[in-house]
Design a protein around this ligand. Structure first.
Ligand code: ADP
Length: 294
């Protein structure tokens, strides 16, 4: 399969993370990786390294295997072929080194859990808890909620929060263990533009301040266009990896989809026209501000 770039030497994050001494050690490595359910191959021959501090966006139409890739990294889904390492070893469930923002479902309106309870639940005692007394844990919870701007509603039952507020709390929960890798599954869904910006800024700050590698699944590249280092675009059982400028082009996406796809740049935004998946076309071309899904 043709690839724009795979497991290639990296740009800004590598130089940043490696300092003077050379290439940084990847936090995630896939080699010859394939995932199929029965006869249906979602992707194959995937070689990918994700470095400390790198922001990788995973794009592609519904059903292309984006969530399944996260499940592989979380140790919840074995590969069909090839190999994967996360922090130098086989992925395993429950790693405190991975923060996970699952696909957003509204939290039940009647739940009594407060934002601070969710964040506390996210602290598994491994990195913070053992030597921390309850007071220190409380202070750490406050610190994390403060870092995502959620202190004002720390004691409000989360079911009463807006979608954007809930998403801030989810990110706080994912950061509770001070993770080295942050996996986000469509974290911008159903959020208004301002909340989308808040979420993308929080994620970006995290990878810059803590060298946390970010794998960010999204239908819509525009909200993260200025932030991502590389895009992994999955479609039609294949993929392309590269910078947004390399991948989001008429020729690359036309090759990937096996049909003519036009990639337009309109006032700094990317609009994809003609991709076979209707949802993808709609989402890439949607709202005047790249605001996301219907
Ligand atoms: P995406 O996140 O890109 O929408 P997913 O990874 O959720 O895609 O799913 C890709 C395809 O694999 C979908 O068609 C889905 O129905 C199918 N699929 C996901 N998980 C399983 C599973 N455990 N067994 C069989 N098929 C699955």
């Amino acid at each position: 399969m043709e690839r724009t770039e795979a497991a290639a030497p990296l740009t800004r994050p590598a130089a940043h993370a490696a300092g003077e001494g050379g290439l940084a050690t990847p936090l995630i490595s896939l080699r010859g990786a394939a995932l199929a359910y029965g006869d249906r191959v979602l992707w194959r021959d995937l070689d990918l390294d994700v470095l400390p501090g790198e922001f990788l966006a995973v794009l592609g139409p519904n059903g292309s295997g984006k969530t399944s890739l996260l499940r592989v990294l979380l140790g919840r889904q074995p590969l069909t072929a090839g190999s994967v390492t996360v922090l130098g070893r086989a992925p395993r469930r429950g790693s405190s080194h991975i923060g996970y923002v699952p696909q957003q479902k509204s939290l039940p309106a009647h739940t009594m859990l407060r934002a601070r309870d969710l964040v506390r639940l996210g602290m598994d005692g491994h990195r913070w808890g053992i030597s921390l007394n309850p007071g220190a844990i409380g202070r750490r919870v406050d610190e994390i909620l403060g870092s995502v701007g959620a202190m004002a509603y720390a004691d409000v039952p989360v079911g009463k929060l807006s979608g954007g507020e809930q998403q801030r709390v989810r990110i706080a929960q994912a950061l509770a263990t001070d993770p080295r890798i942050l996996l986000c599954d469509e974290p911008l869904l159903s959020l208004d533009l301002q909340s989308q910006r808040t979420v993308t800024t929080l994620v970006d700050q995290r990878r810059r301040s803590a060298e946390t590698a970010v794998v960010f699944v999204t239908h819509e590249i525009n909200p993260v266009l200025g932030l991502v280092d590389r895009v992994l675009y999955l479609a039609q059982g294949g993929f392309r990896i590269g910078t947004p400028d390399e991948v989001m082009t008429t020729s690359t996406l036309s090759q990937l989809y096996g049909t003519r796809v036009d990639v337009l740049r309109v006032r700094g935004r990317i609009v994809v026209v003609g991709a076979p998946d209707a949802a993808t076309v709609h989402n890439h071309a949607g709202g005047p501000n790249g605001g996301g899904r219907p």
